[in-house]
Write a protein that binds this ligand. Structure first.
Ligand SMILES: Cc1cc2nc3c(=O)[nH]c(=O)nc-3n(C[C@H](O)[C@H](O)[C@H](O)COP(=O)(O)OP(=O)(O)OC[C@H]3O[C@@H](n4cnc5c(N)ncnc54)[C@H](O)[C@@H]3O)c2cc1C
Length: 432
């Protein structure tokens, strides 16, 4: 037994961690135990999706081998514990790239499939699951199921975005896409208010592959922000890039993100970045995963940890719903340094329980405090009334009633559940 936390650091309960290292032995390992467990990748989900206090966690970090690569078709077969960063670093110099990578590349292939993650280019390429050709699932009774969009598609649809609850993904075949190299042409545009944000989004979607906005939410709906967009630069366009990695060396006794620090922090970030106008050439790692350069940055929030609240609402409801959420946050005296606004495109997600849907997604971090319960209840009401939903990968507290009301495919999904797979999240949201 050892303590395991997720990215939000809200708990550190003991878990019985079983390290999987040999893909041919996964079936035997899973069927050997008589208690329910759950797969655990790099634990980058913020809440309890990959936690199972007092129970089994099957850690996939040792399933880290690349198995085969078809260099003509760009098809990569790998084990589920392979980290997306490693795929990118091996494949981009060979002219191939993962189509979808989330805001950190320090996640596993299995975790990316089980949360059907999205990136800053959702409006162009959809979610991670859309680019999975095949996967091998091992159930807790030892049964292996190979599935894909055209092979046992019901199992595939349940497993993509299925939160590890249909079984353990052992390996996957991914369709990569051609890339001219590691350089992106990027631009930052300052904006004020949601109307300007939507105008920039609409104007950018045809020509810019990656779009995302940071917003300063300290003044409620009267907000300002930075719209960041990027697209592939021509090969060999950049100058030498060196990875710079710092680490938050300790956990401060109190959160460094608080009412006193937030306004000056946000003002500084906004003012420094809004002056960086004009096109610049940046390495993809610097643009796509800025947070990866500070390891353990989640310690900034102190020993009590933090929540992320990520919602998506349909476009037609987005302006009033986003204004209401930002005003509710300001009225509660809360705020977030990491506040991100982005539009999702219309491509349907591959999974029955995938989070993305066409509309606008807002993600905010909050240091853990008692005052959050009533704010979250208010935000939940706004999201639900707008026809939206919350992202389980970021969630640690959504009420079951909200989940059931906003994920309409739950009944179809339940037919594929593995009774030997259970997490703190599945017990909270599905009752088992
Ligand atoms: C800084 C940061 C930025 C982020 N940005 C984004 C973003 O832009 N877009 C986005 O979509 N997400 C984002 N995320 C969330 C992250 O991409 C997901 O939580 C991802 O699933 C984490 O992968 P992991 O390998 O750490 O999996 P874990 O967190 O360990 O597990 C996640 C889920 O996958 C299941 N799982 C893991 N491995 C397997 C397997 N082999 N078989 C079956 N199930 C498995 C687990 O049981 C669990 O339900 C971000 C997270 C961080 C910390």
């Amino acid at each position: 037994m050892r303590p395991v936390s997720s990215w939000g650091r809200l708990s550190a309960d003991p878990h019985d961690v079983i390290e999987l290292t040999d893909r041919d032995r996964v079936a035997a390992e899973l069927s050997r135990v008589d208690r329910a467990g759950i797969a655990h990748g790099l634990g980058k989900s913020y809440g309890d999706a990959s936690l199972n206090p007092q129970g089994i966690l099957w850690s996939t970090r040792g399933l880290d081998r690349l198995i085969a690569f078809d260099a003509a078709a760009g098809r990569l077969t790998c084990e589920a514990g392979v980290v997306l960063r490693d795929i990118q670093r091996v494949m981009i110099p060979r002219g191939w790239s993962l189509p979808v990578v989330p805001g950190t590349q320090l996640v596993t292939v299995g975790g990316a499939i089980a949360n059907d993650v999205h990136g800053k280019n959702h409006h162009v390429v959809g979610t991670f699951g859309e680019h999975v050709r095949r996967l091998r699932l091992v159930r807790s009774n030892g049964e292996a199921i190979d599935c894909g969009p055209d092979l046992r598609p019901d199992w595939f649809a349940a497993t993509v975005g299925g939160l590890g609850l249909t079984g353990l993904i052992v390996e996957a075949e991914l369709q990569l896409r051609r890339t001219a190299g590691p350089w992106l042409e990027a631009e930052t545009v300052a904006f004020a208010g949601l109307d300007e944000f939507f105008a920039l989004s609409d104007e950018s979607e045809a020509d810019w592959e990656h779009t995302v906005s940071w917003i300063d939410c300290t003044s409620g709906s009267v907000m300002r922000g930075l719209f960041m967009r990027a697209r592939q630069a021509k090969a060999g366009n950049g100058t030498a890039w060196r990875e710079r990695r710092r680490r938050m060396p300790f956990t401060p006794p109190l959160s460094l993100v608080n009412g006193l620090s937030l306004r000056p922090f946000n003002a500084l970030y906004y003012n420094v970045n809004r002056r960086r106008t004009g096109l610049r050439t940046v390495h993809y790692e610097a643009f796509l995963y800025p947070l990866d350069s500070i390891l353990d940055w989640n310690r900034l929030y102190g020993p009590a940890g933090f929540f992320q609240y990520q919602s998506v609402v349909p476009r037609e409801a987005a302006v009033p719903a986003t204004c209401d959420m930002l005003d509710a946050i300001a009225a509660a005296g809360q705020g977030s340094f990491l506040a991100v606004l982005k539009t999702f495109g219309a491509r349907p997600s591959a999974g029955l329980l995938s989070f993305p849907r066409p509309g606008v997604t807002l993600a905010l971090d909050f240091r853990n405090s008692r005052a959050l319960a009533s704010l979250f209840a208010r935000l939940d009401d706004i999201v639900r009334a707008a026809g939206g939903r919350l992202y389980p990968a970021k969630d640690a507290r959504m009420p079951r009633a909200l989940y059931e009301a906003t994920y309409p495919n739950l009944a179809a999904f339940a037919k594929h559940r593995d009774p030997g797979m259970s997490s703190a999240m599945s017990r909270r949201l599905m009752g088992s």
